[in-house]
Design a protein around this ligand. Structure first.
Ligand SMILES: Cc1cc2nc3c(=O)[nH]c(=O)nc-3n(C[C@H](O)[C@H](O)[C@H](O)COP(=O)(O)OP(=O)(O)OC[C@H]3O[C@@H](n4cnc5c(N)ncnc54)[C@H](O)[C@@H]3O)c2cc1C
Length: 454
């Protein structure tokens, strides 16, 4: 039996954060991962998808230059070069993590699948290893919907899509959540005919209503949206696949053909692979690991974090959890994870970004003021000829605390940051509006929105 101070399961962003921290404190650390280091974000999540989307955004902007008074033609999109560039970026990121692990003293990496055999012992490959403290950052994987025939075809997921060398002429996305929408944006921008099938009538139903509606309108101009449809069956057909869909309301069936099918139907927990039940670690109905506000499981020396807990499934949230889980495991005064102020962005076209409550959520417990502005209310927004993008603020009427802020339009994920900083530090409207904002930068959109409260 091998013994160590700290075992970290998962060499994704979140597990790596803990492993490096623990090793830097002279503890004997074992990091376990069955796949490539870097986890979802580096290998098949944020890094590749945003690299591809960067290309897609430039293509879209190029197609829209007429509004600025000049005309462009895209001569050629070299799909295979776009994909290769993305794979190269992923490889470089992964290699630099590998190197950092190798160069870190006290950190042993085991590249095998592990599972609990009792509370503080894991079996990894042929070895048994016991840890005084265990951090579970085992992440999640694509969820497969129960669609007849799906297991008989070669569908794509966020894990296999990077292997594509040739652009499919047409693609069907099963699932229109953020993963599906982001990849749909990329493929439609490079010229693939894209159809999205989703059970919900609303696109991204957890977003502010105007954002969902606006995105549906914008994206619906270039992507066929089958909202309120269920995928019933998939089967091979010459040159591709036929997908049988059913409109949930009417029960009407329809067949759609595409050269490729991508499944983007949510994420499922990896807790089953890790056999957490052998350690008595509690999971929720969806099998994500249950933790308290301090990220501790029901076991005294076992913490869980990142996608493994199924809460705010974003890298930035996981990174924060990693910092807090380590703090809480090693310090007397523990700190709660603040899930309410986790921001997020969806890198579609338009880009959307959001922090805090939606108007409907806020009205349940607050009397609210609402502020709205469109990009072209600002000098830079008008200069960009950006007439669709907008922002919306939801503010507590009595205290002027910012309860929620939502943006759809260029650079939304960057613009939201000053609001995030205010929300996290408990700032009110004035904490933003009293600061000078560089004129005429797009950041005036935030000030404009907060100046229109009523
Ligand atoms: C397509 C896509 C795009 C995304 N884009 C963004 C984005 O733009 N911004 C953002 O913030 N978030 C984004 N995310 C989410 C983000 O990638 C995840 O929230 C984040 O990577 C989770 O990190 P993690 O360390 O918790 O889990 P992971 O990175 O999934 O790491 C878990 C690791 O545990 C290993 N593991 C699991 N079980 C075992 C076992 N039994 N034994 C050994 N190893 C095991 C796995 O192999 C894996 O490497 C995206 C996700 C996807 C799928």
């Amino acid at each position: 039996m091998k013994k160590c101070d700290v075992i970290v399961v998962g060499a994704g962003d979140v597990g790596l954060g803990i492993a490096f921290k623990a090793a830097s404190e002279n503890l004997k650390v074992t990091l376990i991962d069955k796949e490539n280091v870097g986890g979802t974000c580096v290998n098949n999540g944020c890094v590749p998808s945003k690299t591809l989307i960067c290309t897609a955004d430039r293509i879209m902007e190029t197609q829209e230059t007429a509004k600025l008074g000049f005309y462009t033609n895209i001569v050629e999109i070299d799909f295979s070069a776009v994909m290769k560039r993305t794979r190269d970026i992923v490889t470089r990121a992964r290699d630099s993590i590998k190197k950092a692990i190798e160069e870190t003293e006290n950190l042993a990496f085991m590249n095998s699948e592990g599972h609990f055999i009792d509370e503080y012992t894991l079996e990894v490959g042929n070895e048994k290893i016991e840890g005084k403290k265990i951090f579970v950052a085992s992440g999640a994987r694509p969820s497969m919907p129960p669609v007849k025939g799906l297991d008989t075809i070669q569908y794509l997921t966020n894990e296999s899509i990077l292997g594509l060398k040739k652009r499919p002429e047409s693609m069907i996305f099963i699932g229109g959540g953020y993963v599906g929408l982001e990849y749909a944006h990329f493929f439609s921008a490079v010229g693939t005919k894209v159809t999205i099938i989703d059970r919900n009538l609303t696109l991204l139903p957890f977003e502010e209503q105007e954002i969902s509606d606006g995105l549906k309108k914008e994206i619906g101009r270039r992507i066929e949206l089958r909202m309120g449809y269920e995928t019933v069956e998939v089967r091979r057909a010459p040159g591709g696949y036929v997908v049988l869909v059913k409109e949930i309301g009417s029960g009407e069936l329809k067949e759609i053909f595409a050269e490729a099918v991508m499944v983007a139907a949510g994420r499922r927990s990896n807790a089953d692979l890790l056999r957490v039940a052998n350690a008595g670690i509690e999971t929720d109905k969806a099998n994500f690991i249950k933790v308290d506000d301090y990220l501790q499981t029901n076991k005294k020396h076992i913490w869980a974090l990142g996608d493994a807990i199924g809460r705010a499934m974003f890298t930035h949230a996981g990174d924060k959890e990693s910092e807090l889980a380590w703090h809480n495991a090693t310090q007397k005064k523990r700190i709660k994870m603040d899930f309410a102020s986790v921001p997020h962005a969806v890198f579609t076209y338009p880009q959307i970004a959001s922090v805090g409550l939606t108007e409907t959520q806020a009205r349940k417990d607050h009397e609210v003021l609402i502020g709205k502005a469109i990009y072209s209310d600002t000098v830079m927004g008008e200069a960009m000829a950006e007439h669709e993008g907008f922002a919306k603020a939801i503010v507590d009427k009595r205290t002027e605390t910012i309860l929620g802020f939502h943006i759809a339009g260029p650079h939304a994920s960057v613009l939201i940051q000053e609001v995030v900083n205010a929300v996290i530090t408990g700032g009110d409207v004035k904490s933003i509006t009293r600061c000078m904002h560089i004129f005429p930068a797009l950041s005036s959109l935030i000030v404009e929105t907060l100046s229109n409260l009523a």
